[in-house]
Design a protein around this ligand. Structure first.
Ligand code: SAH
Length: 361
């Protein structure tokens, strides 16, 4: 499930088979949705038998499915080790976006995010990442009628995708492959809190669209909101963004900015944001803060958000306010929790980002 074209070709080579078998099997798996080797009728009987004996396909189990009143669907997937992650489908008139998780929990400890409260257990394997796309296609009936309901993927679920680099890249290669989901690089967006060296590696490995969770315009505040900033401060992050965009023609970086009342939503914050993004082809995505039990923040009010957006727009920055979707089933940004069997020792989290100060604690 998680083998991309080259890995699958290599596998078939070890079986004495020609490389084109990889494309055939990928089509069966990811376009037809067939998981029984026996039914893959363009493979020889002997090969099918050998696959049955040598290989297995493991898919997570959907343990819970919720429909929001606005059409958003959320699935809770149980992994064989008892952990669980969430995947969210967001239908819009012109597209369908799937929000995919990359880790069980998260190590980054952003002070306004529900996933952070869950602790961290482990990275998802490539097959567990791509299985989210497969299961969504299955649940939405896409294998039956060939309709592409999942037209976009955002790596914005639980976890920090750039801290699970190899598995995320492998899974994205399958999303891009014409023998599998055939999405274009523009339709896959990876969101990062700012793992600077990995942004450079991503540019080389798989330059999908990049979104950056900025949320603050000075290091003192960003150190609190997004503690990884203590390791990779804003200037280094923006320099990496410039390097990323230099290699891509006609593309922009999306900067996510969560609207927190009284924290980062003043006119002076808008002014600083305009200043620090100068010269970077950008799109700003204002995200109304989604509250969760135990959160220390409030969302900025609508008038403040509108005024903030207008300031950015007037300065020529493409700015949209992200519509909050799936709120009634806790599927909105920062609300994904899943079920994490936390193995993180707190001390470990703190040695990773020394001096972490969590807002309100
Ligand atoms: N770790 C990656 C991927 C997660 S994407 C990253 O940080 O980019 C999830 C997005 O939702 C991020 O921009 C995150 O900062 C934002 N978010 C987290 N908690 C939120 C909340 N309570 N309300 C609104 N947005 C939130």
């Amino acid at each position: 499930m998680g083998l991309d074209q080259s890995a699958l070709s290599a596998f078939f080579a070890t079986q004495g088979e020609r490389p084109f078998r990889a494309a055939q099997v990928m089509k069966w798996l990811h376009q037809v949705g067939e998981t029984h080797f026996d039914s893959m009728t363009n493979l020889s009987k002997t090969l099918r038998q050998r696959l049955i004996e040598s290989s297995s396909l493991a898919l997570p189990e959907i343990v819970h499915e919720q429909h929001a009143s606005d059409g958003v669907r959320k699935w809770l997937l149980r992994l064989p080790d008892g952990n669980a992650v969430e995947t969210v489908f967001i239908p819009e008139t012109d597209r369908g976006t799937l929000c995919v998780s990359s880790q069980v929990g998260c190590t980054l400890n952003c002070s306004f995010c529900a996933t952070a409260r869950q602790g961290f257990n482990r990275n998802l394997e490539a097959h567990e990442i791509i299985a989210q796309v497969w299961l969504a296609n299955k649940a939405l009936g896409c294998f039956e009628d060939g309709e592409r309901r999942v037209s976009n993927v955002v790596m914005m679920g639980m976890g920090e995708p750039l801290l699970n680099f190899d598995n995320v890249v492998q899974a994205m290669r399958i999303m891009l492959d014409d023998n599998a989901y055939g999405l274009s690089k523009r339709r896959i967006t990876l969101s990062t809190a700012g793992v600077v060296p990995a942004i450079d590696r991503l540019r080389e490995a798989c330059d999908v669209s990049l979104a950056v969770s900025l949320h603050a315009t000075n290091n003192a505040l960003r150190d609190q909101l997004v503690p990884i900033n203590q390791k990779y401060p804003i200037e280094e992050l923006l320099a990496a963004c410039r390097r990323y965009i230099d290699c891509q023609q006609r593309r922009r970086i999306t900067f996510e900015y969560v609207m927190l009342a009284g924290i980062n939503d003043r006119p002076s914050d808008a002014k600083s944001l305009i200043r620090i993004l100068e010269g970077i082809p950008s799109k700003v995505n204002l995200i109304p803060f989604n509250p969760f039990t135990g959160a220390d923040y409030r969302c900025s009010d609508q008038t403040t958000i509108d005024a903030f957006r207008k300031r950015l727009q007037d300065a020529g920055l493409v700015t949209v306010t992200r519509k909050t979707r799936g709120e009634d089933i806790d599927a909105a940004c920062g609300q994904l929790a899943g079920k994490v069997q936390d193995r993180t020792r707190r001390s470990l989290r703190f040695t990773q980002f020394p001096g972490t100060r969590v807002h309100g604690s």
